[in-house]
Write a protein that binds this ligand. Structure first.
Ligand code: RIB
Ligand code: CA
Length: 333
């Protein structure tokens, strides 16, 4: 697993995706990371709302958003700004579902924030993935914290894509942990199982950060109270959107708190040493009546003769370090 220097982020900006954007923005602001672009996808919310939410968060974090994509095609460039592209509006082979109970009807905890100043670019997110990977071969880490429809589409658009991408880091799946959208399936994978299986079958280095790793990294009272004690705009925004998310998560956790899944995937992309991993080929159940969307690995101890490239699966992380670095990142904006 390599330390990401340039991230192309694919998300379904909902609440934990928004906190993750704040984390990434804090690294961009100090020159530790380049955010080459963002693409949005159905999942927590529809991709246009997700894109407008992404623009709201990036603007709040002081990150200039731009229209590089469409201007670059005409030989012009506005030169500045992170392009935000709208992606797939539905899965490859099932009806679309949104997670409004967990993220609110606006995707940001029903906070109904003002319209962003910026607008999404015209280029679809899957096309943006292909264009940027071709323009910058070997440089991009694809970080995906929503359903994998855009990555799956990009693989269909350009079969050479796996050889052009440095690494793929995905928040998704569940192995020795119950599912969160069905008994066995995690939401990002369940929302588009066909796309997810294309991603795990492709010959590129994939790091998967499942519920097995994200749930133990939940934040609780002390973390939330420390965040709420700060008055800066980004901290106030984070505390405000997390209120909705904490209300949704507290019954599941049986204590006040929330699981900021996506931020752990982002932090492991930036600093892999914070994680603990195992290497296994991963498949997605596509036909099971009760298990469709479940991530499946071969847990037998036999040396697996598998045609699939193994996926690096995070099975744990340095939880105190994750919590402290995430809080520090939000408070630094
Ligand atoms: O299962 C958790 C994942 O589903 C997170 O990415 C959350 O944002 C939702 O998309
Ligand atoms: Ca997400």
């Amino acid at each position: 697993m390599t330390r990401a220097r340039t991230i192309l982020y694919d998300c379904d900006t909902g609440i934990d995706d928004a906190i993750t954007l704040l984390y990434l923005a804090s690294l961009v602001r100090v020159g530790e990371l380049e955010l080459a672009g963002v693409g949005t996808v159905h999942g927590n919310i529809d991709p246009l709302t997700g894109a407008l939410n992404t623009l709201r968060v990036l603007e709040l974090a002081g990150i200039k958003t731009g229209r590089q994509g469409e201007l670059a095609e005409q030989g012009e460039r506005d030169g500045q700004g992170v392009p935000v592209a709208v992606g797939a509006a539905r899965p490859m082979a099932q009806d679309v579902h949104y997670a409004l109970d967990w993220h609110g009807r606006d995707g940001l905890g029903d906070t109904h924030l003002p319209e962003p100043a910026g607008r999404p670019v015209a280029e679809p997110a899957a096309a943006q993935i292909v264009r940027l990977a071709r323009a910058r071969p070997g440089e991009l880490t694809l970080l995906a914290t929503g359903p994998l429809s855009n990555l799956g589409l990009a693989l269909l658009l350009d079969p050479e894509l796996p050889s052009l991408v440095r690494e793929v880091v995905v928040m998704g799946g569940a192995f020795d942990h119950p599912g969160n959208i069905t008994t066995h399936a995690e939401a990002n994978i369940w929302h588009d199982p066909e796309a997810a299986d294309l991603v795990f079958a492709a010959d590129w280095p994939v790091v998967l950060v499942p519920l097995d790793a994200t749930h133990p990294a939940a934040v609780h009272d002390d973390w939330l109270d420390r965040l709420a004690a700060h008055d800066a705009a980004a901290a106030r925004f984070a505390a405000r959107i997390l209120e909705f998310y904490v209300d949704a998560y507290t019954p599941t956790l049986r204590r006040r708190g929330a699981v900021i899944h996506d931020a752990l995937a982002a932090m492991l992309a930036v600093d892999p040493d914070l994680g603990e991993y195992t290497q296994r080929a991963v498949r997605v159940e596509l036909r099971g009546e009760l298990t469709r969307g479940t991530t499946v690995w071969d847990a037998r101890s036999l040396p697996a003769e598998d045609t699939r490239r193994p996926v690096r699966v995070a099975v744990g992380s340095d939880v105190p370090a994750f919590r402290e670095r995430l809080l520090a990142a939000v408070l630094s904006l």
